[in-house]
Design a protein around this ligand. Structure first.
Ligand SMILES: NC(=O)c1ccc[n+]([C@@H]2O[C@H](COP(=O)([O-])OP(=O)(O)OC[C@H]3O[C@@H](n4cnc5c(N)ncnc54)[C@H](O)[C@@H]3O)[C@@H](O)[C@H]2O)c1
Length: 415
């Protein structure tokens, strides 16, 4: 397959991602059938219609032009599966559960056309494992197509082949995503959470760990880990709300289940407070409340110390703001423990030549890592905690960490 002609597409799932992916396809002039589960009461397209309506209000705007809405039609799996026959591209974007995705694939297969490309927007489930639910003749046309949130604005798209994806189909899809949707495509291997989430979710977990360790407010940490370090305004915790706390938890659980040998495996856990929010149905922006929520015109943030929500100031003290002006924080960090420096060894190759290599060292507990948020948090927490002596939990201030602990400051050096 050299060139794709997508005259019509389908998106399965009208949640946070599916609705916005449909909007972006419509922005590019592609008619889209947007599917979701049939509503239990009233109009069976109720769930999808609500999602389409939501596109008009969402910020930043997923639609380049409200007229693009006309290109999106609502559908449900009870009544409209036959519409799939006219779609050359089908993007699945339902909840991050392998069993649910597999069930859906079983439902759609009898209705898809012989040339349609089917792709999953999964955040990190194995694409090869997902493909096993498809018949052998469909598998060469199946791959991962990982858009990021918000899909209209995030340039990166990861595409992931299975062992059976047809190479020409993947090439054609890459060309189409680049030229028609304006995306920057990378090809990721079918490893847990692919590339960006493997790094990004580890970073989120590291920040969560240090937040609790230094007993910082979620809003203070967001002030530290947003634009001040070149990251989006939504920083860490607002980003979690935008992603959806349930989706984030699925991704963390996937890491826990599939990366048993990772040096940070012990930290691949959903914090108890996050599990609690999910259990209460507070899933973030999509349920109008998660770590943050609006109370009237005020934004409130969950405070673990208070075990309640409080108004969020998101302001930094003058001391912390001063630290953030430091352009080279690594130059002033405490001396590294010898256990944290990659060890240089000599290795003899098969042809007898010896070469220098760096061996992987165990996680370091006593010095800040080169991971920017971890440095900022450690140093800024030093100011915040140091000012009041010891923290409420009795943890020593930053820079005097007890040697027995191993916070996920960064993965050990790999070269
Ligand atoms: N949220 C993000 O930032 C983000 C980013 C990239 C990729 N993803 C991935 O995109 C996919 C969708 O995520 P989302 O954030 O849009 O989720 P979401 O929770 O907002 O929406 C999930 C949708 O799946 C539907 N659904 C639930 N159970 C179903 C079932 N058994 N059968 C069919 N449909 C079902 C729901 O009705 C809902 O519309 C997931 O695989 C997720 O990992 C999410």
């Amino acid at each position: 397959m050299n060139r794709l002609h997508i005259k019509k597409a389908a998106v399965l799932g009208a949640g946070v991602m599916g609705a916005q992916i449909a909007a972006h396809l419509a922005n590019a002039g592609v008619p889209v059938v947007l599917f979701d589960l049939p509503a239990k009461e009233g109009d069976k397209n109720g769930i999808v219609r609500k999602a389409i309506d939501g596109l008009k209000k969402l910020e930043p705007a997923p639609l380049a032009n409200k007229a693009a809405l006309k290109l999106i039609s609502a559908a449900n799996y009870d009544e409209h599966l036959a519409e799939l026959a006219g779609c050359e591209l089908i993007i699945e974007a339902i909840a991050e559960r392998m069993d649910w995705k597999n069930d859906l694939y079983g439902k759609i297969v009898p209705h898809i056309s012989a040339n349609a490309i089917i792709a999953s927007n999964t955040s990190g489930l194995s694409i090869d494992a997902l493909s096993q639910a498809l018949p052998a003749d469909v598998r060469p046309r199946f791959c991962g197509i990982h858009f990021f949130n918000p899909p209209r604005y995030m340039r990166l798209v990861e595409i992931i082949a299975t062992r059976t994806t047809d190479a020409g189909t993947l090439d054609a899809l890459e060309t189409w995503l680049t030229s028609r949707l304006g995306k920057g495509v990378i090809r990721a291997l079918d490893t847990p959470n692919f590339v960006a989430n493997r790094i990004g979710v580890l970073s989120i977990l590291a920040v969560m760990h240090h937040t609790q360790r230094f007993e910082l407010g979620f809003d203070v940490v967001d002030a530290l880990t947003g634009p001040k370090i070149g990251r989006p305004k939504s920083a860490t915790y607002r980003t979690a709300d935008v992603v959806g706390l349930d989706t984030l938890a699925h991704v963390v659980r996937n890491m826990h289940g599939t990366l048993p040998d990772d040096p940070w495996h012990a930290h691949f856990k959903v914090p108890a407070w996050l599990e609690q929010l999910i259990a209460q149905g507070a899933l973030g922006q999509k349920t109008k409340g998660g770590i943050y929520r609006k109370v009237g015109k005020e934004v409130h943030v969950l405070d673990l110390g208070l075990q309640d929500f409080r108004p969020s100031s998101g302001e930094l003290s003058a001391e912390v703001a001063g630290i953030l002006k430091d352009r080279n924080p690594a130059s002033t960090r405490p001396a590294a423990s010898p256990h944290c420096v990659p060890r240089r060894t000599r290795r003899r190759s098969s042809c007898g030549r010896s070469s220098a290599t760096f061996s992987t060292m165990p996680p370091c507990s006593s010095n800040p890592s080169p991971t920017m948020p971890a440095i900022w948090i450690s140093r800024c927490a030093g100011v915040l905690v140091g000012r009041r002596g010891r923290s409420r939990s009795g943890n020593p201030p930053a820079g005097r960490t007890s040697p027995g602990r191993s916070p996920p400051t960064s993965p050990p050096a790999r070269r």
